[in-house]
Every structure is written in structure tokens, then in C-alpha cells.
Design a protein around this ligand. Structure first.
Ligand code: PLP
Length: 379
């Protein structure tokens, strides 16, 4: 298949991109090249030689990721945080200033607030939905804007094209964490982002059985910096993990369609529930991010958050929703971010209400999920 043809749609790319069976004895599934080094016919022939630098299973995944995101180069990492760390170290210098969003994954907050300042990086937290606030936050030494949309855990929406315009007018790069949207629902590079990042632990692998990360770009300088730093830091993904993510990607479009459908039904149910104070889901017409999300996403994804008194009791009461962190897998999960995934953010500028519950909608029958929530909200 010609992976580069624009006529090839997402579902076809998800199944075929990155896999050239003839290069693998015709195997329909890319083999797991579980090898640390490769015998070379001659010195310096440019082929695979050491798996930290390149590995054929990882290459297949990286080509698939690039094709799905509409970029020219993809990089697979050991985790989403390995992807984030490598990207910042590749693109920023000590003394640079970066902008991060006011709603973001707790690990991203830890990286920018507790790790990188020790290496000379300055940061400011900004509401990226407010262009004037973003303009005010930019400094002469700002080099990177880090966006996450929809955001974890409040599903806040950033207008990618608008932020890209502001960034580029100031000579600043924009990276978008596209973990919640996945490349099936949203393609930040086409909207102007310089790079897009994922925790492939989530929707891309989709089965709660692997930790991984990815970055895709169409910018040659960014690609070269990522290639060098991935090898130099040793943050790249392993062969078996790459294979698991590749296998997950093949069903990504149908999974995203089903979880988006179920999530909308669940968000509508929660919106009408007397015990629920607020629902966060960009698919709801009343959601503050709805109009932008409708413009830049083809559907709204599988994460729904809502606010309720005594969230711990509700989390403990559900039976089909499992009380666990993470998201994007086949099984539905429930958690209380303020005390779980985002427990390091209290007191800081990333404010997560203690009453917030985050749901990751899986592939179970939506009626079973609704009945389970109904029972849980009666506790
Ligand atoms: N970005 C987002 C939006 C996430 O939700 C997560 C993890 O939950 C990460 C990045 C970090 O990914 P990982 O846990 O694979 O390191």
C-alpha cells in the first residue's frame, strides 16, 4: 500500500501504515525484533546496528504514527513522560521560557514544575483558551508552548489553530499533547502545531497492557533533534511494547467511534442527574469548549469528567467501572483525580476540584455502563 497517498483514509492507514510485509518474509504482523544489536555485512553500511538507535519493530510503529498524525517523522518512547522529557530536552536550552496550560496531566505538571526548573527552564501557567493571556505571558526568551487538548482531567479545549498563529507570530514552537483526542479524532499538525505528542499507553495501544509514548512532527529540525536525543537519552520504546502499540492502532478508529458514542450518552445522562453539579465533556453543546472542539475534532472522545459530593463513595460503588488510574483501554475506569492522578497539583496553579470524578469509557455495552453509574450515584 502507498502509505503516503492522501486518498488513504484513517482506518486504512491504521491497518497498513508502517508495515511492508515483503521486508519481513511476508509476515502479516510485523515481527518483534527482540534483539539489542544486528550483524552488519560491512562496517558503516547505514542499516540497523543497535536497538537504542533504531529497531525494525519500532520503525514500523514510528512510520504508522507519522502516517496517522499526518507528519513526516514519528518517534516512539518508553512512556508518555519519556516522550515529553525527551522533547523538551531536544527543543529547549537552559534559560528558555515555556508556557504550559492551566489544566494538564499531573505528570506533565511535575516535569515542568519540579524537574526542569532545576536545569534552568522557566515556565508560566496560562489559560490557553484566553489569547490575550497567552500574548501577555510570552517573553523574548519563550521558545515553546505546551498545549493539551482535550485536557486531563477537565476536558478543557484549546483552539490549536489560534494558538499556533500566536506562537508563530512570536517565533515560538507549539506542541500539542493529543493523548485524549488520538490522531483519529484530531490532527494538530494540520492545524498548525509543530509537533504532537501522545501517551500511547492510552488509546493508541488501547488494551491497558503497555506503557509508551510518541512524538510526531513535519519539521526537519525538530525531527533531527528528537532522533539524536532519543538515542542519546535512551528514552526510546522497546520492541515488544512497540508491537503492542502497533497492534492496538489497527483497531483505533473503531474503538474511538464506539467510546465517543458511549461517552456522549453518558455525559448527557450525567448532565440531567440531580446529584451531579457539573459535567465536563466537549461533546455537550453547553460545554465552554464545544464550538472549538466541533471545529477541530471529528468526534469528542471517550473521557467524561463530572463533579459530585463524596466522589470517593461513588468511585467505590461502581461495579462495571473499575476504580483505577489511566484511561483509553477497552475497560471502563473511574477515578478521583484530585486524590489520584493529580494528587501533586494542590495549592499550585493547576486547580483540580476535589469533587471531580474522571471516567474513561471502554467498550462495554453503554446500557450496562449507564446502569452502573445510576447505581453508583444512589450510594
Ligand atoms: N499526557 C497525558 C494527557 C496523560 O494522560 C498522560 C498519562 O496519563 C501522560 C501524558 C503521560 O503518559 P505516560 O503515563 O504514558 O508516561
Amino acid at each position: 500500500m502507498d502509505d503516503d497517498s492522501p486518498a488513504v483514509r484513517a482506518s486504512t492507514r491504521a491497518v497498513h501504515a508502517g508495515h511492508r510485509a515483503a521486508e519481513h518474509l511476508g509476515a502479516l504482523s510485523v515481527p518483534i525484533y527482540q534483539a539489542s544489536a544486528f550483524e552488519r555485512p560491512v562496517v558503516l553500511d547505514g542499516g540497523y546496528d543497535y536497538s537504542r538507535i533504531a529497531n525494525p519493530t519500532r520503525t514500523a510503529l514510528e512510520e504508522s504514527l507519522a502516517a496517522l498524525e499526518g507528519g513526516t517523522a514519528g518517534f516512539a518512547f518508553a512512556s508518555g513522560m519519556a516522550a515529553a522529557t525527551t522533547t523538551v530536552l531536544a527543543l529547549c536550552e537552559a534559560g528558555d521560557h515555556v508556557v504550559i496550560p492551566d489544566n494538564t496531566y499531573g505528570g506533565t505538571w511535575d516535569l515542568f514544575s519540579r524537574v526542569l526548573p532545576r536545569w534552568g527552564l522557566e515556565f508560566d501557567v496560562v489559560d490557553l483558551a484566553d489569547p490575550a493571556a497567552l500574548e501577555r505571558a510570552l517573553k523574548p526568551h519563550t521558545t515553546l508552548i505546551w498545549a493539551e487538548t482535550p485536557s486531563n482531567p477537565s476536558l478543557k479545549i484549546t483552539d490549536i489553530a489560534a494558538v499556533a498563529d500566536i506562537a508563530h507570530a512570536h517565533g515560538v514552537r507549539l506542541l500539542v499533547d493529543n493523548t485524549f483526542g488520538s490522531p483519529v479524532l484530531q490532527q494538530p499538525i494540520a492545524l498548525g502545531a509543530d509537533a504532537v505528542m501522545h501517551s500511547t499507553t492510552k488509546y493508541l495501544s488501547g488494551h491497558s497492557d503497555v506503557t509508551g509514548g510518541a512524538v510526531v512532527t513535519s519539521d526537519t529540525a525538530i525531527a533531527e533533534a528528537l532522533k539524536f536525543h532519543s538515542g542519546a537519552l535512551g528514552t526510546m520504546g522497546q520492541p515488544f511494547d512497540s508491537w503492542l502499540v502497533l497492534r492496538g492502532i489497527k483497531t483505533l478508529p473503531i474503538r474511538m467511534a464506539q467510546v465517543s458514542r458511549s461517552a456522549l450518552a453518558i455525559a448527557q445522562y450525567l448532565e440531567a442527574h440531580p446529584r451531579v453539579h457539573r459535567v465536563h465533556y466537549p461533546g455537550l453543546p453547553n460545554d465552554p469548549g464545544h464550538d472549538v472542539a466541533k471545529r477541530q475534532m471529528s468526534d469528542f472522545g471517550g473521557v467524561v469528567s463530572f463533579e459530585v459530593d463524596d466522589p470517593a463513595a461513588v468511585c467505590a460503588a461502581t461495579k462495571v467501572f473499575t476504580l483505577a488510574v489511566s484511561l483509553g483501554g477497552i475497560e471502563s475506569l473511574i477515578q478521583n483525580p484530585g486524590r489520584m492522578t493529580h494528587c501533586t497539583t494542590p495549592g499550585g496553579p493547576i486547580r483540580i476540584p476535589e469533587t471531580l470524578i474522571r471516567l474513561s469509557i471502554g467498550l462495554e455495552d453503554v446500557d450496562d455502563l449507564l446502569a452502573d453509574l445510576d447505581a453508583g450515584l444512589r450510594c
